[in-house]
Structure formats: structure tokens, C-alpha cells
Design a protein. Sequence first.
Length: 584
Amino acid sequence: MVIKDAELKKFIRDSGLVSEDDLKKAESIADEKNQSIGDVLVVEGKLTEPDLKKMEAFVLGIPFVRLANERIDFAVLSLIPEPIAKNHNIIAYKKNDDGLEVAMLDVDDLPVIDFIKKKVGLKILPRLTDVESIKAALLQYKKSLKAEFDDIIKKESDAIKAISTVKDGSAASERELKEIAEDLPVVKIVDTLISHAILQNASDIHIEPGETSLVVRYRVDGILHDAMTLPKEAAAGITARIKILSNLKLDEKRLPQDGRFKISNEEQSVSFRVSTLPTYFGEKTVIRILKENARGFTLERLGFHGDALDKLHEAMQQKTGMILAAGPTGSGKTTTLYTMLDMLNTPEVNISTVEDPIEYQMPRINQTQVKPEIGMTFANGLRSLLRQDPDIVMVGEIRDNETADLAVNASLTGHLVLSTIHTNSASGAIPRMMDMGVQPFLIVSTVKTVIAQRLVRKLCPSNEKYFLSAAEQKALSRTIDMNRVLVLLKHEGVVPADATWDTVPFYKATKSSECEGGYSGRIGIHEVLKVTTAIRELILKGASQDEIEQKAKEEGMMTMIEDGIFLAAQGVTTTEEVLRVVSE
């Protein structure tokens, strides 16, 4: 069923949708890049993807279907698990006496067709579709799951109330709490709550008891959203169920507790970090979701570019010294360090880490979990692993004088040390280390590069183009040097050499059926400070944070807010989102 380019080219020519000149240019590019002529025409904007798929379907002799505005029965949709549908771009949309009709982008994906055939026990009837249809159908998984969750709450709320009247959660013994946690309604609610969070790509689940209800909120792309409101009576059972999963003490409600658990299946492996905290109306629970297969990042995909990217590659080639990632909790520091470790992870080096917690397990890297309750602190862990002959060391966080001293000594004695530090900017890492007792002459001898970062939400394709008004340009110029940013945009070839701010397009978030808030996913905005000779001299003189930053800017450093406006001018995010994140 492979489509030959000659056949496809004939149908494209006969359709009249593409001019002969454009067709010849596309054919030349396709030969040069070893791509399909159809794909080239779509990339070049000469042919729409739905039109291409219709022609491919005609050549193959199979039906073409559009699902963008179709409501699919959830019983049929769920015959193919959402992770498989997403990974293989295949949707079950109609079931009849002849078999199961599935919409696909690649009807030659025979292994997945065979898998689904065995799973559902029906004849599979492949149909060709387009990307827009797949996206619209995948969105229905989330909507259907929410409806399913609401249905469970309605059905099981009476059962939960009945359990709670028999066993008062606040006064129940450990045995009674265990019985509550193992009741089917509670198990169903917790399982569905977690599944819903994973499908929404939430990073955290907040379960917050109130006076009359239990509120569940999800953090998606850094923003908390109300997900659902549960009966107050559900609190004891849900908390007990999560405690059992996390191996926490069921009858301890007066003190905070931390735990973790893991869910693995054929499609993915997900770890959960659990934290409970006593509040006035009961225990609040927060669950951090860590998808262990969420790797394969590159520095470019994280948002690094231009001079900052070159500085990082240069820093990673060093055999000794320190690379620090700065920023508040949840700013992506650990992901940046993991990405760098993945690039440095070769057979010639021994890499060891001390972390709290180990967020992603990485092959061929020796990862140690901090356990302060038994004396396994960052400092003690680092002290021990330095006797393990490492070449590269990652310390999860430098938070005290002892850890800072050990990290500095490690970098002085032939190790490359990567770590995080809690400061608001790259230049702020220097005075922070001094506050922890590190002498300036040791800082200039060890710290090579400091990265500061935040995460901004990315715009969905359905956005609105506009140009900055004179008032908007004036308002932005109070925060950043607009002329400097324009020079940087020209330097990296993002805008033409003769561009002005009047001609640089920006974009606004627009809500759509696929993107309820106009944003989807996040990307980093960064500043990368290289400790040059001039900056070393400033540090030794006791210069302020502002003086160090000013010198770094003179030497070409792009600040986080400048990097954010840079991305906004590329249509990746919005100016509002950049200002929201940087001002937090």
C-alpha cells in the first residue's frame, strides 16, 4: 500500500491545486532532501494537509474521513487506549457488523492494526484522515473522562457518605482507615482522579479540604485550575487511599508526611511524589506527577539558542568547575541539568548524583536519594560519592554552607559539578554563594557558568497576529531595552535587517476547541552568565549583583525578560505571559 511519488504527482497535477512551477520546485526539494513530494508541498504551504490526505486516500483506494466536528461514542473511542491512540495516531470512531473503522495517518502501520485486532476481537477497517481530525478526537478522551469521573462521583457519593457515617475519618483507627481506603468507591475515585491528571498533562494534583467540600485542583502548564469539587465526606477515604499507595502512616494526622509511589504499564511509567500537610479543615495532599519516559530533550527544545547555547556547549566541554542552574521551584532547573547529563553520559565518564528526589532514572548514572531522617543529607551524600571516583557530579541543590564548600572543593579537585541554587537571576547566584560562606576567590576559581530560567506557556496554532502600538512599545521600553532586543533579533536572523518594532509581528492567545486557554505546553526563557575575566575581577572587588549583570549584558548576555520578548517576537509565546512569569 506504499504510495509511489509518480502516482501522487499525477493526481496532484490533475487536481489543479498546485501550479506546474510549484510542483517542479517541490520535486527538486523532495529529491534533494529524500522526502515525499506531498510532504514538501505541505511544508511549503502550496497544499493543505487535508487535501494531500484526500489524494493519498484516492491513490490507495481507501476512504478518507474527517473527524474534526464528529462526536464519537466513548464506548467506541475507548476501544483503543488513549496512549496508543496518541502515540500511533489512530482513532476508533465507528463500530458496525463489518468490523471496527479506525482513522489513521499511516495505514501501513500494520503492527498497531494487528495489536488492536487482537485486543478488540474485530476486523479492523483502516481509513485515512488528517492531523486536525486526530487532534480533535484525542481531545474527546479528556472530555469523556471528565464525564466519566462526574458519573462516578454521582454514583458513589451515597456510598462514600454511608462509609463516613459508619466510620468517622477524624476519629477512626488505623484498621478502620485501611478499610475505608480499600472500599471500591474510594479506589475508583482515586484511580480516576490520577488518570484524569495524567491525560491532562498536569504536573501536580492538589487535594484541599474545606469546611463543606473537598476541592481538587490540577496544575497544568504552571497554572492551577479547579478540576472538581467532591463531597466533604470523601476526604478521609481519599487521603487514606493515597497514604496506603505512598506507604505513609494512616493514623498520623498531626504531622506532615512525604512519600512516593509508581504506576507502570505497557504504555508508560509514572512516579508520584506525595506530601500531606495538616490544615484547619483536615489534611491537604499534594501529588507531584513525574513521567519517567519524558526524556529525549535537547537544549534547543528546552529553549536555548544563539550565544546562550554556545556558552552552555562550551561549559560542558570543561573537565572541572561548576555549572549552576538558578531559579525558583518549578522553573525547570532539574530538567535542564538532566538534559546536560544525558549529553555528557558517555562510556568514558563516571557520573554520580545526589538528589532529593530522584525525578528521572537515567541509565549508566549512579543516582543517590537524600534521606535526612537517617543522616543522608546532600553534604554527607556528596562527601561519600567523591570517594567513588566520579568524573561528573550532580548535586540536586546547594542549600547550605557545608554542601557549598564540598561542591567547591569537588570542582577544585578535578570534577565537573552541576547543581541548582535558589536565586531569581544568574548574577544573584554569586552573592547567594557568598551568603553561604564561600569566599570570592573560590567562586572565581570554580564557577564557570550560571543559568537562570523560568517557564512560559507556549501559544497554540490558533493565535491572533498583531503589531505593537506606540503605547505598547513605550510600556515595554520601561522594562527592557527595546533597541537592544531588536539588534539581537536581527543578529539571529529572526527579523529582516531593516525591521523596526512597527513591522515585527506579535501574537495573542486565542481559545479554540483544542486549546481552551490558547496555550499548550511550556518552554524555558533563560539567561546564561559566563564567568569571564572581567566578571571575575568584579566578584573579587565585591561588586553588587546589578554591576555583575550589567557587565554580563555588555558582554552579550541576554536577560530572561529579553529572551522572553525574543520568543514572543517569534510567535512562540506572548508578551503578557513573559511579563507574568518574570514578575512572579
